[in-house]
Write a protein that binds this ligand. Structure first.
Ligand code: SF4
Length: 266
């Protein structure tokens, strides 16, 4: 599933509410530093010169959408259609990793300014796989956002690499954690739980050993919120199974008992 325009929606997101999406990656194929076995956008497609929207194109597309929205909101205020015009969040996600865009910082600055002008109650959120957090401009941009929703799918290198298939095969959980620690817990940690098989290797980040390593990582990072979720749509690796709601609640329970704010999408 690919998003075919720079600005799309609003759509109802099971995790974020009414969300206007922004796509910074190519519209025709996925571009990401991970190649997750569960990615709803499918496998990465190698392309020598990927076409990304410019900062100006993103600003123009967003302003066009928000101004329409704003007009509708003013027009419909007070009547029963008003609920249709509420927007909870402007979300960067889509066909890959949004922080790969070379003008990511400038685009976030533009987006925050447009949000302040047209829909000051909406949050600006970024769903990221955390792999670009070694870049100061990306960290600076994410600090400007209301919600930084950052991925860590496992507490061990072996499982993280089996699930996320990072393009940089030497990437370690320790490196990702050291980058995440720059936010002093002021972020949302997102983790997808799943079981299955890929290329003859068993994938399972719900075993007692894997959960122990992940819980340790959570305690070291102490995120202000944790989002755990399960696969929801068709996945590129077909040999994956969905974790039940009951099991997800068991995974969350020890963290909730410690006082963490945990949301479950299952
Ligand atoms: S990080 Fe996100 S976009 Fe990238 S492969 Fe994984 S699920 Fe897909």
């Amino acid at each position: 599933m690919l998003f075919g325009s720079i600005v799309y929606g609003p759509i109802h997101s099971r995790r974020l509410g009414t969300s206007l999406g922004i796509e910074l990656m190519p519209l025709e194929h996925k571009l990401c530093t991970f190649n997750c076995v569960y990615c709803e956008c499918g496998w990465n497609t190698p392309v020598s010169h990927p076409q990304l929207p410019t900062r100006e194109e993103v600003k123009k597309a967003l302003e066009e959408k928000l101004s329409t929205f704003h007009t509708f909101r003013s027009f419909s205020k007070g009547d029963k259609n008003f609920q249709l015009s509420t927007l909870d969040v402007i979300t960067f996600s889509g066909n890959g990793e949004p922080t790969l865009h070379p003008d990511f910082l400038g685009i976030i600055e533009d987006t925050c300014a447009l949000r302040d002008r047209y829909c000051p109650n909406a949050k600006v959120s970024v769903l990221s796989n955390s792999t670009q957090l070694g870049r100061p401009d990306v960290v600076q941009a994410l600090r400007l956002c209301d919600n930084r929703i950052l991925k860590l799918d496992a507490g061990t290198d072996t499982m993280m690499r089996m699930i996320d298939l990072p393009v940089n095969e030497n990437l370690t959980v320790q490196t990702i954690m050291s980058w995440l620690q720059q936010f002093d817990g002021d972020f949302t940690l997102q983790t997808c739980f799943l079981r299955g098989e890929h290329n003859g290797q068993v994938i399972d980040n719900t075993t007692p050993e894997e959960l122990e390593a992940w819980y340790k990582a959570v305690d070291a990072l102490h995120p202000k919120q944790i989002m755990i979720y399960v696969i929801d749509r068709k996945t590129p690796e077909e040999n994956l199974s969905k974790i039940s709601r009951t099991e997800m609640e068991s995974i969350a329970a020890p963290l909730i008992a410690k006082g963490y704010d945990v949301s479950i999408s299952a």
